[in-house]
Design a protein around this ligand. Structure first.
Ligand code: U5P
Length: 238
């Protein structure tokens, strides 16, 4: 398999064509962004950490019969994915009060929600990813009602699996963001990444082992992400 033409450059990833039209070559870069791209920094080693963490998590989800775009890790910074058309929807699931949810409702961070809450954001840099509801999803023609129901039930299933995976290394899954894509056959599958860039992860002492260390300037991102990767690798070997 060879890396072909650059197809798309996102905030922290580059997607390349391969000889096979159904497959894309994904390269994780060292960029860290906050405030929807308005704050940007290069952090050496971040791409390799996120690629390795995402690859481990997606391997576990694939093994649990979740349909995902992940095929294999190619190198420290690269992976092979099935090509999908990304649905411009950020699907956020919250297990605990934190982040924009805490801000929106004027709450302290930390409270465990009686049941998980799923939220949708419309992926649009120009509009700053606005918070939307099901009716907006249909109005914007992002998904059909039965597709959105599938996305919700899949997100709940993924939450249960992710909570178990993170709990094994002593981390509480506070919230996370997923993206889904459509295959050439029109099937909806999980895509993009699952890493400390897209999950809030707290340890038992309340330390943040995720991108909040960068967003809030409260720690060393490489040190924290390395701790997460090492713990996942050690757990895998047990
Ligand atoms: N999140 C992303 N990308 C975004 C916005 C949020 O991955 O563009 C993730 C955060 O890392 C957090 C969850 O785990 O979604 C909720 O974020 P927030 O709405 O509390 O900022």
């Amino acid at each position: 398999m060879r890396k072909g033409r650059l197809l798309y450059e996102g905030k922290a990833k580059k997607l390349y064509e391969t000889e096979d039209k159904q497959l894309i070559w994904v390269e994780y870069c060292d960029n860290a962004t906050a405030l929807n791209g308005k704050r940007k920094e290069e952090i050496k080693g971040k791409g390799a950490l996120n690629n390795q963490i995402t690859s481990l998590i997606f391997q576990k989800l694939n093994a649990e019969q979740i349909q995902t775009s992940f095929i294999e890790q190619l190198s420290k910074t690269e992976q092979l994915n099935q090509k999908v058309e990304i649905i411009p929807l950020e699907v956020v699931l919250r297990n605990r009060v934190a982040g924009s949810f805490a801000k929106r409702f004027g709450l302290e961070e930390g409270e465990v929600l009686p049941q998980p809450i799923i939220e949708f954001y419309y992926k649009s840099d120009a509009l700053d990813d606005p918070f939307i509801n099901d009716a907006h999803v249909y109005f914007l023609e992002l998904a059909q009602p039965e597709e959105l129901e599938f996305i919700k039930s899949e997100t709940l299933k993924i939450n249960a699996l992710l909570q178990k995976i993170w709990a094994k290394i002593g981390l509480s899954l506070v919230d996370f963001k997923l993206e889904f894509g459509r295959t050439a056959e029109g099937e909806i599958i999980l895509a993009d990444e699952i890493s400390p860039d897209t999950c809030r992860l707290w340890d038992a002492e309340g330390n943040h082992l995720d991108k909040d260390v960068f967003r809030r300037n409260i720690g060393d991102l490489i040190e924290v992400y390395s701790r997460v990767l090492t713990a996942l690798q050690e757990e895998k070997e047990l």
